[in-house]
Design a protein around this ligand. Structure first.
Ligand SMILES: [Zn+2]
Length: 579
């Protein structure tokens, strides 16, 4: 659901950022135009977290966190943006109504859910009853899947062409089916049903609604597994296969095992192993991690023991570590799938293996780099250590980091202190990278890079927006300055601008606008900078002409009297300005 812009603005206006922040940070104190406190998003002893009541934004000069009042509540309370708006709206007594557009969207979604639900039922019924599904039933039996599991996961079979017929009869259009992701139009204008002649694994969201399908071929057809595409109700990076079915157990155990495929999930469920889920044919994302954090306190990764599996494991670990989720890695013997192992050896053996092979995230990384470490070539070793330290830096927890650095130094047989020095060095250069900032005691100050003329200009008009009228539309040539100026001209406030920029630009912009420079006479400062900007422009123009005139004197191009005259004029002008 989207909230209308005017309502968001009303909520923002009614939620004074200083009062809201002060509820969370009672130590917030006035410091000049801004308010200051120790940052809630990283560890520090000297306050570098600032709130500007005028601009209605906050910024931490230590870790770079910045945003408006909604973002602050979002970050501190771990809410989505919409939840944060709703929370502040409730507090301000503002009622949030869905816009008409949303009503249309909601009803469209409802329709897609209906189609997906009835498709799942259709496939399921065919698997259970249809003579066409004989091979599919044999396949599942061969993989050791029993009837109870077929029902629990609503497994199905898609006989060629029949779903479309049945859906059209029910009054859905081919466009509806296509929006639900069940079919797609081919170049020849015919329809292709994704699941056609495949064993079907319906994908459920945490509310138990069917949102998509995965299908396994029964022939040699490629690909072996095929998923229906993303739709307005299905995003593969925000869903995990099997999560819905294991929710009751997760409430008791809060432990998740992430495996690779559909079968790897279905079979453990059948054996009464709780918490088995799989990411859906996509690499692990922060959205997955967030989803996991809602239902579990720890995660075990159990991917295939091949190269692709190890790479996927590392990627997933990086994300889980960054998001502060406790994680470990277990492994199966090479070439063996989880479902095979379970069918062959049973639950107890499987659990024993998972436990026995369990490694911490850092031990997994050390093992992954062990070849380089063992070679005993200093440079190779240093490279390996560097990769391990990068990994350790992803954790926002200094106790975890401390332990990991101990492990690293032991594994490479290098003095712990030397490893620490390397780590500190890295952190120094890594300002703003995910996770790092949280562990540093002393905030890394904004680099003292001097501002460009255009940045100085922008800073003055951010200080006093009335001065904007003194500028011409094309005054900014630098792309991000021009972008911010464009937004300002269209009436955007600092918070809107911040929200409209990407992370890096937002970081840059918030530092610029929260700068504490006081101008005695902002207009005068503006005029001085403008003059410099103008001079710089003329200088660049003169440089271009100079090159051309050089070519003219060398006889390489024809003389151009106009250009020569302009060059002379510019030279006199620039002398006159004293530059
Ligand atoms: Zn901070």
């Amino acid at each position: 659901m989207a909230i209308p812009d005017d309502i968001i603005e009303r909520v923002r206006l009614s939620s004074d950022i200083v009062s809201v922040v002060r509820e969370y940070l009672p130590d917030l104190k006035r410091a000049g135009r801004n308010w200051k406190a120790c940052c809630p998003f990283h560890n520090e002893k000297t306050p570098s977290f600032m709130v500007s009541p005028e601009k209605s934004i906050f910024r931490c000069f230590g870790c770079g966190a910045a945003g408006d009042v909604f973002k602050f509540v979002m970050l501190t309370e771990n809410l989505s943006w919409i939840e944060s708006v709703k929370k502040l709206a409730k507090k301000a007594g503002i009622e949030i109504k869905e816009t008409n557009e949303d009503v249309v969207k909601v009803s469209e979604k409802t329709k897609l859910f209906e189609i997906l639900e009835s498709s799942a039922k259709f496939y399921h019924r065919h698997l259970l009853e249809s003579p066409l599904a004989k091979t599919a039933r044999q396949y599942l039996e061969k993989r050791g899947i029993n009837q109870e599991t077929v029902k629990k996961f609503q497994l199905g079979y898609a006989p060629r062409g029949l779903l479309i017929q049945s859906a059209l009869k029910k009054g859905y259009t081919s466009e509806d089916l296509s929006k639900a992701g069940v079919i797609t139009k081919t170049e020849r204008g015919t329809f292709f049903e994704y699941m056609s002649e495949r064993v079907v694994f319906p994908i459920f969201d945490v509310q138990g609604r069917v949102i998509a399908f995965g299908g396994r071929t029964l022939t040699d057809q490629n690909p072996k597994y095929l998923n229906t595409p993303e739709t307005i109700v299905y995003s593969k990076s925000s869903n995990l296969y099997g999560l819905f079915q294991t929710l009751p157990e997760l409430r008791k155990e809060r432990k998740i095992i992430v495996l690779e495929g559909y079968m790897d999930v279905v079979i453990p469920h059948q054996f009464g192993i709780s918490g088995a889920v799989a990411s859906l044919g996509t690499s692990f994302t922060h959205n997955h991690a967030k989803l996991i954090a809602r239902y579990a306190d720890s995660v075990t990764l159990l991917f295939d023991a091949d190269d692709a599996g190890r790479t996927a494991t590392q990627r997933a670990l990086e994300i889980l570590v960054e998001d502060g989720i406790q994680c470990s890695v277990s492994s199966l013997p090479e070439g063996v799938d989880a479902d095979e192992y379970l069918n062959e050896k049973g639950k107890e053996e499987f659990l024993k293996l998972v436990e026995k092979s369990s490694k911490s995230a850092i031990d997994f990384m050390i093992e992954r780099l062990s070849a380089a470490i063992k070679r005993n070539v200093p440079e190779t070793k240093a490279k390996a250590v560097s990769a391990l330290l990068d990994f350790a830096a992803r954790s926002g927890n200094s106790i975890v980091q401390r332990e990991w650095i101990k492990s690293i130094s032991q594994s490479v047989n290098v003095d712990e202190e030397a490893v620490w020095r390397e780590f500190k060095k890295k952190q120094h250069f890594k300002k703003g990278s995910y996770g790092v900032e949280k562990s540093i005691d002393v905030p890394l100050k904004e680099s003292r890079r001097s501002l460009s003329l255009e940045e100085k200009l922008l800073k003055v008009i951010l200080f006093d927006k009335n001065l904007m009228k003194l500028l011409s539309d094309d005054v900014f040539e630098d792309a991000r300055c021009a972008k911010v100026y464009g937004l300002m001209v269209s009436g955007a406030g600092d918070a809107d601008i911040l929200n409209a920029l990407g992370k890096e630009d937002a970081d840059w912009f918030s530092a610029l606008t929260m700068d504490e420079t006081e101008y005695d006479n902002a207009e005068e400062s503006l005029r001085v900078i403008l003059k410099d900007v103008e001079t710089a422009k003329l200088k660049r123009k003169r440089q271009v002409l100079e090159k051309e005139i050089l070519l003219m004197t060398e006889g390489k191009i024809a003389n151009d009297g106009k250009k020569i005259a302009e060059y002379k004029k510019l030279t006199i002008l620039l002398k006159g300005s004293g530059k």
